[in-house]
Design a binder for this molecule. Structure first.
Ligand code: XIL
Length: 327
């Protein structure tokens, strides 16, 4: 209802129920749960939750939140021995009070890493720092974080190990160190390895990178529960991601998730529906997270990649997901 109309009706509306501004009529979280999945989520953080209708939309339409930036190493532990919890605490409290699950993001990542960690070149020191960070962060939110992205973006495009302080000092040993520390810190959290450009089934980063390595790490007893494919797509890539979900599930991992979906759009409007279909079709796919609510708040706003427009109205993307999930 238009604001001007509300104003005219106001004198007569005393007994009427509160009229909410227009928003998506149906919750894609409720709909995907009705299909047997665990959640439909989005990323957010304190500033966005306190802006416009973000909080209302997330409350009504999503079942899971990922902190967009507040749990990254540079945010939580910018200097050795200094932890700044304010924004992450806000997100966790907001979600917990509203029965939203939380995807913790992320413990070990070369990017948005604290500078002091990047400079470590001693093996034992780095192991201690990784173990201490994981324990400190996971302890604080113990029992409240449903999934943790323990490691983020560790592969090159050809499937080899990306250079970083972690791989330079520890080679791939840091994988076992990180996942074992995470399991010990909070045995109730599902532990994920997450990466991007896992969107085409035959791509080397998918096959020689994620799938072959996860299979090997699982055979060594490293406690990896799930693979996350971020899903930062271009127009036309939805069907490929759907097939890739199956390939990732074939690594032997217990579950997979689409963790950061956004699709820079061209003329193809089928992409979101294709990705959701791909998750429905793979029993190990537990849920989908989109990387933001409104196009203009997206980290890559070109091509209007999200589900809501600047006025917080659901777009055709949202409605195509509702349609698919309502069948
Ligand atoms: C992005 C955030 O959305 C931006 O706000 C920030 O400036 C940079 O990071 N892969 C990830 C996410 O795992 O953490 C990134 O998030 C997007 C790419």
């Amino acid at each position: 209802m238009k604001a001007s109309l509300l104003f005219l009706l106001a004198p007569f509306a005393a007994a009427a129920p509160t009229v909410e501004p227009r928003q998506a009529a149906q919750s894609i979280d409720a709909l995907i749960k009705a299909k047997g999945k665990e959640y439909f989520g989005t990323c957010t953080d304190q500033r966005l939750l306190q802006t416009g209708r973000n909080a209302a939309i997330i409350e009504a339409n999503f079942g899971s939140v990922t902190p967009e930036n507040s749990m990254k190493w540079e945010s939580l532990n910018p200097q050795r021995g200094v932890y700044t919890w304010g924004q992450a605490d806000y997100l966790v409290n907001w979600a917990t009070q509203r029965n939203k699950t939380i995807r913790g993001h992320t413990l070990v990542w070369h990017s948005q890493l604290a500078g002091w960690v990047r400079n470590i070149n001693n093996r034992n020191e780095l192991i201690g720092v990784i173990e201490n960070h994981i324990k400190t962060v996971m302890d604080r939110y113990k029992g409240k974080i449903y999934h943790w992205d323990v490691i983020n973006e560790m592969f090159n495009e050809d499937g080899s190990l990306r250079p970083s302080v972690f791989s330079n000092v520890l080679r791939d040993e840091f994988v076992g160190i990180a996942f074992r520390a995470a399991r010990a810190a909070d045995p109730s959290a599902k532990l994920y390895i997450n990466d991007y450009n896992l969107d085409q089934p035959g791509y080397a980063k998918v096959t020689r990178g994620m799938v072959d390595n996860v299979r090997r790490w699982l055979s060594q007893g490293i406690p990896i529960d799930g693979i996350g494919t971020q899903g930062h797509l271009q127009a036309g890539q939805g069907a490929g991601l759907a097939q890739t979900i199956r390939v990732l599930a074939g690594s032997g991992v217990k579950e997979v998730a689409v963790t950061e979906l956004d699709i820079q759009q061209g003329t193809n409007t089928q992409d979101y529906a294709n990705v959701v279909r791909g998750c429905l079709d793979e029993p190990k796919c537990v849920g989908i997270t989109v990387w933001g609510v409104r196009d203009q708040d997206s980290w890559r706003p070109q091509g209007n990649p999200l589900l809501f427009d600047g006025n917080y109205n659901p777009k055709a993307n949202y409605n195509s997901i509702v349609q698919l999930l309502s069948r």
